[in-house]
Design a binder for this molecule. Structure first.
Ligand SMILES: Nc1ncnc2c1ncn2[C@@H]1O[C@H](COP(=O)(O)OP(=O)(O)OP(=O)(O)O)[C@@H](O)[C@H]1O
Length: 299
């Protein structure tokens, strides 16, 4: 279990993480979303024990992470800009990991090589960007971490490899209760693997919810009426966005499915569709609710 309590991080006077509290259950996958500069990378580094907050606390299994060598043996942080020692081959880097992480699994290293088809005798810096990211996952997964923290992890990976890596991650979560924290702008990827999401905006957590609950609570509604309807009828619904396309209204409405359906049915529409939003759509409308300009981009 990862527990983040009232964490504040400032760079000089700028508060880039602003009183954030969240919990990540053991064996779950948590997606941290947010606009550019929202503070995601900073928060991930604090959780991974690489950077220290000025206020608040981070606990993993009730222990503080910063300077905790025993705990760090079980945490892998994969940054958005990868770093490998210059001139190291994959094998040399694997030996380095083997010395660093007590749970290193050499058999898995060899198994994954068959799938990834990368030459372990090759210098990593001679690989392409996407291949280097494959190497980073290869090494990370063979260290058998209990906590995997990923910053923009799928950048540069082709769709086939992306799917393979996601399936390995999900397998580790299911089989040995690995806990994953992932930050990405690629919401489709996040949607595929996350149980819970948090949206960070200007350093503060806007919302935090189970993905299924989040999706059950927000709807895209397309409706048309024979005649103009009284706008007052919509007053008791939480409408995040509305647009008129010809005679069809498109609404983004927050609320319980049955309640929204009953309210609209009572207006006797001639066209009525209620659709589930993708995580990307939810993110965009939530961000607009927080004052992030997204005019006229209904998806
Ligand atoms: N070492 C640093 N010194 C000063 N300011 C920093 C430092 N690192 C980050 N910041 C600032 O902190 C804020 C949050 O940055 P951070 O990298 O955490 O955001 P992010 O949500 O990961 O952004 P993106 O999605 O664009 O990668 C930004 O305003 C950034 O300029």
């Amino acid at each position: 279990m990862i527990q983040v309590q009232n964490v504040i991080k400032k760079f000089e006077k700028d508060k880039v993480v602003d009183n954030v509290s969240l919990q990540i259950a053991k064996g779950s996958v948590y997606g941290l979303l947010g606009s550019n500069g929202a503070g995601k990378t900073t928060l991930l580094k604090i959780i991974a024990g690489i950077m220290k907050q000025q206020e608040g606390a981070i606990h993993i299994e009730r222990k503080t992470v910063f300077e905790n060598i025993e705990l760090k043996d079980r945490i892998i942080f994969l940054p958005d800009s990868l770093y490998f020692f210059s001139h190291y081959t994959v094998n040399q880097m694997a030996s380095f990991y083997q010395n660093l992480y007590s749970s290193w699994n050499q058999q898995r290293f060899e198994q994954l090589q068959q799938v990834l088809e990368l030459d372990p005798k090759q210098k990593i810096q001679r690989f392409s960007k996407g291949m280097q990211r494959q190497v980073a996952f290869w090494l990370a997964l063979c260290a058998m971490p209990d906590y995997l923290i990923l910053d923009e992890p799928f950048d540069g990976l082709d769709p086939v490899i992306r799917r393979k890596i996601k399936s390995w991650i999900i397998q580790d979560v299911a089989e040995r209760e690995m806990t994953v924290l992932v930050s990405s702008h690629n919401l489709k990827e996040v949607e595929d693997i996350c149980d819970e999401v948090g949206i960070l905006h200007k350093g503060a957590l806007l919302l935090q919810k189970g993905l299924d609950d989040l999706k059950a609570d927000i709807h895209k509604v397309q409706i048309a009426f024979k005649q103009e309807v009284d706008k007052e009828l919509f007053a008791n619904m939480d409408i995040l966005y509305q647009e008129k396309r010809g005679s069809v209204y498109v609404f983004i409405i927050k609320g319980e499915y049955q309640y929204v359906e009953n309210q609209i049915s009572s207006m006797s529409p001639v066209i009525f569709d209620m659709l589930t939003l993708t995580l990307e759509e939810i993110f965009i409308y939530e961000m607009e609710g927080a004052g992030y300009a997204i005019e006229n981009i209904i998806l």
